[in-house]
Design a protein around this ligand. Sequence first.
Ligand code: G1P
Ligand code: ZN
Length: 540
Amino acid sequence: MDIFAVNTKPYSDQSFGTSGLRRKTEVFAQENYLENIVQSIFNSLEGFEGQTLVIGGDGRYRNDKAIQTIIKMAVANQFGHIIVGQNGLLSTPAASHIIEATKAFGGILLTASHNPGGKNGDFGIKYNIATGAPAPESLTNRFVENMHKIDHYWMIHAPDIDLSKVREQILGSTIIEIIDPVADYSRYMQQIFDFEAIRQLFQSGFKMTFDAMNAVTGPYAQYIFEELLGAPKGSVIRGTPLPDFGGMHPEPNLNYAKELVDLAYGKNAPDLCAASDGDGDRYMILGKSFFVNPADSLAVLAENMESIPFYKGRFYGVARSMPTGGAVDLVCQKLKKNCYQTPTGWKFFGSLLENQKISLCGEESFGAGSFHVMEKDGLWAILFWLNILAITRKTPEQLVKNIWTRYGRIYNLTVNYNTDSAVKAKHLMDSLSSKLVSVPNQTINEMTVSKACFFDYTDPVSKTLFTNQGILINFGPSDQAMIRLSGTVSSGATIKVYLHHKDQRTNLSSDTALEPLFNALQNLMNIPKYLGKNVQITKT
Ligand code: G1P
Ligand code: ZN
């Protein structure tokens, strides 16, 4: 077989972090843009010749094309065995498990997570190592070094591989194995959860609607919920992965999963509504007319951890990201489990999971996970909920309110300020930071700042210090705000403001409970001054 080198030039805009590289689809359409990234990844790895590479994606526009390119480059670079999901599909958690379970060298995942897809949407690529975890920074830094000096990549001449059938074929001296993307993952879920108990729940007439948002989890959900667990056909909606996600923004929250939310709040609401994101690592839970905030969800999962067979005797502790409301801290205090507060980003959870400091982790951004795979996992979280509902026969609302009445309620809100100017956003953050020193004891809209600081974090395992992971502002013991810049936008910038208010009253609306804090922050940040009028504000 003819392996040849193709000359290329570096793209100066290429960067790569633990969540990979995300850019507009059209950026990826440039000549050799993807090839440069893939070859730079390979150039950074050692000893992969003859080993296994897993390849899959969330099915977004360009997924198919990119996979063909990557297969051919992997063959040219001498991988011995390539495992690809049928039709190019693999959810992020499923890919993570396959990498680990097949003892692969690593995996390339094509996803921009919950970002919109299609011609005008986003595309993305990430690399996961042999444990199934996203590549650590020490490795992604090498990727970037190589991207900035690349001058050729390796390729083969070969027709495109038919990815529509589960089968094996040989290309040169590489085995290409096309697998059913759902099989391994669904087997694994059956080892974790009590499927018999959940089956009985559905047999008792329990109704669920799962919205796959036209993204990758559709086939997983149809097989697991409808085939294996006996949920009625039609329980899964928007279950066919589409290249543009049907025009949807595949991010499960109250804004973007609007139809599902309307169903949950409607007359004939199912007992449980759930959704997952583009690549399947996020989830949302709603009961009848009841939204489960991700922070409360984490608390419910923690409280019921040991009733899940897989975790019995293996509940080491919990971590939440700092922007996530602290309901789980209260549960952990009661259960006498450690509860860590980490900066945003999966890598902080990964370190704790791998070293048995924690068994459960979660974020306000609708992600949660455990040591079962080294990624967050949306369907796993939904199965966790189903297992709890099957055991307790309580409603989601009862489970959450039970926590509120015992410990008090922490109201949460995330406000996102999206601007097309990264420079202006950085300026705002800098000026806020410098204001920090003068902020203590300031009174803004009748709220007095009791403490303002940068959030610094020392990893309990490696003892590495991570400074300035966001700005924390406390207004007395019951109100806290955190402000940080998003690290995952594909263009422009997003400033995220996370608001938490603790209250013994559990029946306020979130808006009412958080209004004073929201107003104080608006005043402090002076958005119009720094970002101008062209700011898009979303609340989640
Ligand atoms: C966002 C979320 C964060 C999550 C990350 C990857 O990052 O806020 O919780 O880990 O996506 O899914 P951000 O854009 O805020 O940097
Ligand atoms: Zn995702």
